[in-house]
Design a protein around this ligand. Structure first.
Ligand code: ACO
Ligand code: OAA
Length: 387
């Protein structure tokens, strides 16, 4: 291959490159749709629990009642914070970003897993279910310890009478959450669970393609999700809201006006606005209407119309100025804020959900593996010699 033909083939950021098949989800920007194993994500979000969706993504079919009961039992049994993970977290400074804490926890759980070198499908399914069950306690405990005095706040014991989403909120806040809040949170978890070959999932597949283990793939994927061009954008959205200023006594219209002014000034300075744009969807993210409806429910439940004013103001002025639409991180940011999570916890919430998609892709990659190793076009100095 000549240098010239090599260069012609370069696709920066792999934009538009199809690298493999997947049967896990279908992102279709033409129809603005997202299917998990063939089911529209909107239908799943309206009718299913997070546990059912996790089962579907891993197994390819929704569980029967018996299969669901068995999976729920397994998930509930694995919720407690691992004592070694707790000790390691306690050694980390409370200034550590919660994504670094999640990444460390995934790595510690891998090092403690006696099945580490077994990558059979049955073992990987068990490892995936364990990680899915374990991560909420990590996220919840880390938020609690960051808001306590130097002795730390004890983790809240999980409740086996609550579903995945309700128990997650219980462990984070120590209060039984209202059904409206649980439902909105569960919808966000379902929407975040899977999205084909996004950057973090591709990272997991690259690691898996070397025949490394599932926990290594998830640990690397967490690192990829952290960046603001990917999962980190949900935190950046809320930082934007805070920069504009949140005033619960303000009307929807006043908040909207201030948000529009902020956006016009930011775009005039050519700033990139987090929570807008997408590599695949160019006419709007298929998941946003469903998450926006969940956000509307939270705004009504908490009585916070000014949040909607900020949301509408930014969205409208971005649309008018550049025609760029919000992505899923745009409605989840204010939704998590209303629920009571602090901003650095937002991307770890994404982790807890996306563990499902990452691990489904780990198993799919192994079913028909080929080492992922693209080529590069060299543009460094010509050959030279030491003399
Ligand atoms: C769950 C998720 O991970 S969803 C993604 C979350 N990430 C964000 O919200 C970060 C903000 N958005 C972005 O940075 C981008 O839209 C990305 C990275 C998501 C997608 O990027 P790409 O497909 O590479 O599009 P690209 O960055 O080339 O943008 C195309 C044009 O739109 C502009 N644009 C895209 N997104 C934005 C944005 N959020 N704010 C301002 N301008 C934008 C670019 O500046 C570029 O303009 P130009 O052609 O005049 O240079
Ligand atoms: O698909 C992408 O590039 C990013 C995204 O929306 C996701 O991972 O959910």
């Amino acid at each position: 291959m000549t240098q010239q033909s090599n260069t012609d083939e370069i696709k920066k950021g792999l934009a538009g490159v199809v690298v493999d098949y997947t049967a896990i989800s279908k992102v279709n920007p033409e129809t603005n749709s997202l299917l998990y194993r063939g089911y529209p994500v909107q239908e799943l979000a309206a009718r299913c629990s997070m546990e059912e969706v996790a089962y579907l993504l891993w197994h390819g079919e929704l569980p029967t009642q018996e299969e669901l009961a068995a999976f729920e039992e397994l998930e509930r049994a694995g919720r407690a914070l691992d004592p070694v993970v707790k000790r390691v977290i306690d050694e980390l400074p409370t200034t550590a970003h919660p994504m670094d804490v999640c990444r460390t926890a995934a790595s510690v759980l891998g090092a403690r897993d006696t099945r580490a070198e077994d990558s059979s499908r049955a073992t990987n399914l068990a490892k995936a279910a364990d990680l899915f069950a374990a991560m909420p306690a990590v996220v919840a405990y880390d938020q609690r310890r960051r808001h306590s005095d130097s002795r730390g706040q004890d983790p809240i014991e999980p409740r086996s009478d609550l579903g995945y989403a309700a128990n997650f909120l219980w462990m984070a806040f120590g209060e039984e959450p209202a059904p409206e809040v649980v439902r909105a949170f569960e919808v966000s978890m379902i929407l975040y669970a899977e999205h084909s070959f996004n950057a973090s999932t591709f990272t997991a597949r690259v690691v898996t393609s070397t025949l490394s283990d599932l926990h290594s793939a998830v640990t690397a994927a967490i690192g990829a999700l952290k960046g603001p061009l990917h999962g980190g954008a949900n935190e950046a959205v809320m930082e934007t809201f805070e920069e504009i200023g949140i005033d619960p006594s303000e009307s929807h219209e006043d908040a909207k006006r201030r948000a529009k002014d902020w956006m016009d000034a930011a775009l005039a300075q050519k700033k990139k606005i987090m929570g807008f744009g997408h590599r695949v969807y160019k006419h709007g993210d298929s998941r946003v209407p469903t998450m926006k409806a969940a956000l509307d429910d939270l705004i009504a439940y908490y009585g916070r119309p000014e949040i909607l004013g900020l949301y509408d103001g930014l969205e409208q002025s971005m649309d008018e100025a550049k025609g760029i639409k919000p992505n899923l991180d745009y409605p989840t940011g204010p939704a998590y804020h209303l629920i009571g999570f602090d901003i650095p916890t937002f991307t770890p919430l994404f982790v807890a959900s996306r563990i499902v998609g990452w691990t489904a892709h780990v198993m799919e990659q192994l079913e028909n593996n080929s080492l992922i190793r693209p080529l590069s076009a060299y543009n460094g100095p010509d050959e030279r010699h030491l003399d």
